[in-house]
Write a protein that binds this ligand. Structure first.
Ligand code: F6P
Length: 486
């Protein structure tokens, strides 16, 4: 496909500081799309999230501008500034926590959420307003194009496709959702009117993509059970409003060449030297955003139980937990970070000695520091309660140099691909996780090598270019099918 593509997501590829410098945007979505944006003719429309973003958007007078990153990737970015109050409601009330919690089964339903005017107004006057703002920018961007394609990303933008479709019935809309799609009852938390608007928006797309077959299946089930639509489960088609919506699974690969480049960098080597200087016999690692879905507390509880059950490992093992603080305007995330710090202090107090701290907590987002740990872990814990894909589960094994063992939650998207070579755990089962830590640390060298080889093979079999190509091939196929039917 040679036409220029338009991408739309809430978080853009870079975040501007006040002085005009910028850093790479965080999270799996940005990792997935940067390759596409720098290799094809793409305009990436995103929200202006920081004050620096807003200043840059003003300077560009709302038009796309070039961004050149350190890694040599050039992007054309168009930043859209929304009303601050609307944006706050969009991001901090509806997207996180409301939708995020529904899509990770995080609500503790006897206690929360209360859906009051605060939430319903936040949907009308926040979520939909920001979706409208980004939709307007996309509509302007495709103005004059013959067969425009707009690729929409994630749970922030469920009402946007309907707005674009109304203005441009000829547009091809492809929406990839980076987080799980939960089963029908989880969606019953939302008032019917909001739920219907969300589903109408998503079904305005031509293709809806997910990381796994099971999310795809859940989505189809929701369309049947919540909306009473005609659904073809085998072919993955929802019939809606006289149109066919294709529902597909495209598991996201990592850019493993890039991860290897970072592993070979000088800055990574500096972190590695420090890690090796301080390390004990064994290193256990976790790297995550400090998000409730990541299940950090149960991971520490399992480590605590492991140390209690196996005192022979006291002073011989360090658990490095690198957690990036995230979404700190949301009260649940603030509380979670406090609970993490408290739990670490308790465990370090219980087991630590004057010169041994069992858990080393690093509350910062530093890619090279994380990659230095990736290279050296004996055990990596990815025990998310539910997780769309989890790219850490792929990044770690690709650069690990000591045949590290992966402990992997069976509720991550990555588990569909990597489960065979990992130690699978039920993330709620602390005992099983503790036993898996022990099994990993006492595993024979041959078995560690066999599993590490398997993980590397799976992870390097595809890259994000393949992921995009699969989606573009489906876009072409659906367009051809629609053309033939006319
Ligand atoms: O990749 C999953 C994801 O939730 C993205 O949608 C999101 O951009 C990223 O993680 C990080 O979250 P946030 O943009 O809220 O910091």
């Amino acid at each position: 496909m040679s036409e220029p593509l338009v991408l739309v997501s809430n978080r853009g590829p870079v975040t501007f500081d006040d002085d005009g410098s910028f850093t790479r945007g965080g999270g799996g979505l940005v990792t997935a799309l940067t390759g596409l944006a720098s290799h094809r003719e793409v305009v990436w429309i995103a929200s202006a999230m920081s004050d620096g973003d807003k200043r840059r958007a003003d300077e560009a007078e709302g038009r796309p501008f070039e961004v050149e990153s350190d890694a040599g990737n050039d992007y054309r970015v168009r930043l859209v500034t929304s009303d601050p109050d609307a944006y706050d409601r969009f991001y901090n009330v509806i997207s996180n926590p409301m939708l995020w919690f529904i899509q990770h089964y995080l609500w503790d339903l006897s206690n929360a959420p209360d859906v009051t005017r605060h939430e319903t107004e936040a949907f009308e006057e926040g979520y939909k307003v920001v979706n409208d703002d980004l939709a307007r920018a996309a509509i302007e961007q495709i103005d004059g194009q013959d067969e425009p394609v707009v690729m929409v990303h994630d749970y922030h933008l469920y009402t946007l496709p309907g707005v674009i479709r109304e203005a441009r019935p000829d547009v091809f809309l492809h929406h990839f959702i980076h987080i799980p799609w939960t089963q029908p009852d989880a969606w019953r938390v939302l008032p019917r009117s909001i739920r219907d608007e969300i589903y109408a928006g998503v079904l305005a797309n031509d293709i809806v993509g997910f990381h796994t077959r099971s999310y795809r299946w859940n989505f189809l089930q929701c369309c049947r059970d919540l909306l009473d639509l005609e659904v073809d489960f085998e072919r993955g088609i929802v019939h809606h409003d006289g149109r066919e919506v294709w529902v597909r699974a495209y598991p996201l690969p990592i850019d493993y060449e890039n991860t290897r480049r970072i592993a070979a960098s000088e800055r990574t080597a500096e972190f590695e030297a420090e890690l090796k200087r301080r390390r004990r016999d064994h290193v256990i690692l976790r790297v995550d955003r400090a998000d409730l879905s990541k299940n950090v507390l149960r991971g520490f509880a399992a480590f605590d139980e492991f140390l209690q059950g196996h005192p022979e490992f006291l002073e011989k093992v360090t658990f490095i937990a690198q957690l990036m603080p995230s979404r700190l305007d949301v009260v649940q995330y603030q509380d979670y970070l406090r609970r993490i710090e408290r739990r670490v202090a308790e465990i370090n107090h219980r087991h630590g000695t004057p010169d041994w701290m069992p858990i080393q907590l690093k509350l910062r987002d530093d890619l090279e520091e994380a990659v230095a740990s990736y290279k050296n872990y004996d055990v990596m814990i990815v025990n998310a309660m539910f997780d769309g894909m989890n790219l850490v589960a792929k990044e770690g094994p690709v650069v690990n140099e000591v045949d590290g063992v992966s402990i992997l939650s069976e509720n991550t998207g990555a588990h569909e691909e990597l489960g065979e070579y990992a130690l699978s755990v039920n993330p709620f089962d602390i005992r099983e996780t503790a036993d898996s830590i022990h099994a990993a640390l006492t595993m024979s060298a041959d078995e560690r090598a066999r599993r590490a080889r398997g993980l590397k093979e799976v992870v390097t079999a595809r890259d994000p270019g393949d992921w995009i190509d699969e989606q573009l091939a489906d876009i072409r196929e659906k367009r051809t099918a629609a053309g033939a039917a006319r």
